[in-house]
Design a protein around this ligand. Structure first.
Ligand code: PEP
Ligand code: MN
Length: 342
């Protein structure tokens, strides 16, 4: 339930409303807009006499949200949320931010070269997995803590922020020490204890869409993080499983405008996992920017044919440069900027 206060509602009236709702055992999240204060109410609304509350002084409107997510919804928070990943790296504003780097950190030279190229071409966030959720237990699982250190070192050298995946609750503290943005992978989108713990991590979270998740389920997962008190959630569309086998996944570009309509949270697109084939990555990155994505995440590698994971979908440095030039033209055309100014 969302309670919109009258523009002239007094502080005393708002406090009385809040007290009344909390007395019923529900939780209130207050949001002060330019004109109106909005109270987002979380909990079982059957415990509250909604009609009585709607008649209290200072109430303009009570919206019974049919969607089960509240804190993530546009009704609760009409303005776009801008997530600060680092001082000057904001996701959700006019700049379309670029996250680039290898699927996995493999060694010092590989991540250093990737960071140099990512930064030179305008990305402001370096990606690279240190803990990898591989479909096979026999595949390379990532370098762990050593990978985190190399990732941070390379990012610092080129003034980049770091995004990397955290797979378990026990890794959160360690990953948060080295990363600016904590990635939840598609396979963990419904790992609710992990999401709950990330609500207390003190760092922004990049929540990837599960490969069989509906948009509503995805937003409900964001809700788990938000309701624990962490407002900094960025959503990432990375393709879903369909009957189509020509691509690794089917990149749901329509998720961008749909999520932007339903939610105030920033949305980025990962075309690399979306299509799984480097031939199609640039076209889908352009489509993502054109559709209004707040960022893109792209896998690059100094030598994709020798990559320890996701080589087929990783771009060469040259291909990445071309992708950036083309996406920059589209961003400018729709009144935005792409990454760091060149
Ligand atoms: C990744 O970003 O490397 C990754 C494993 O992505 P996803 O969780 O979307 O498969
Ligand atoms: Mn990958």
């Amino acid at each position: 339930m969302i309670l919109i206060c009258e523009a002239k509602a007094t502080e005393a009236q708002i406090n009385a409303l809040q007290a009344k709702i909390e007395e019923a055992g529900l939780v209130v999240h207050r949001s002060d807009g330019v004109d109106h204060t909005i109270l987002g109410v979380v909990g079982d609304r059957n415990r509250l006499d909604v009609e009585a509350v709607s008649m209290m002084p200072g109430v303009r409107d009570v919206v019974l949200v049919s969607t089960p997510f509240k804190l993530a919804s546009r009704e609760f928070h009409p303005e776009d949320t801008i997530v600060r990943v680092r001082e000057s790296v904001l996701v959700g504003g006019t700049t379309v931010e670029v996250m680039a780097g290898p699927c996995a950190v493999e060694n010092e030279e590989q991540i250093e070269m990737s960071a140099r190229v990512a930064a030179a071409d305008g990305a402001r966030i370096l990606r690279g997995g240190a803990f990898k959720p591989r479909s096979s237990p026999y595949s390379f699982q990532g370098m762990g803590i050593d990978g985190l250190k190399l990732l941070r070192q390379a990012a610092d050298k080129y003034d980049l922020a770091v995004v990397t995946e955290v797979m378990t609750i026990s890794q959160i503290e360690m990953v948060a020490e080295y990363a600016d943005l904590l990635q939840v992978g598609a396979r963990n989108m419904q790992n609710y204890p992990l999401l709950t713990a990330l609500g207390h991590a003190g760092k922004p979270v990049l929540l990837k869409r599960g490969m069989s998740a509906t948009i509503q389920e995805w937003l409900m997962s964001a809700e788990y993080i938000l309701t624990e008190g962490n407002p900094d959630v960025i959503l990432c569309e990375r393709g879903i499983r369909t009957f189509e086998t020509a691509t690794r996944n089917t990149l749901d570009i329509s998720a961008v405008p749909v999520v932007k309509h339903l939610s105030h949270l920033p949305v980025i697109v990962d075309p690399s996992h979306g299509v799984g084939n480097r031939r199609f990555v640039s076209a889908m990155a352009r489509a993502a920017v054109a559709a209004g994505a707040d960022g893109i995440m792209v896998e690059i590698h100094p030598n994709p044919d020798r990559a320890l994971s996701d080589g087929p979908q990783s771009l060469t440095f040259e291909e990445f440069g071309l992708l950036m030039n083309r996406c920059r033209i589209i961003a400018t055309t729709i009144g935005r900027r792409l990454g760091k100014a060149k």
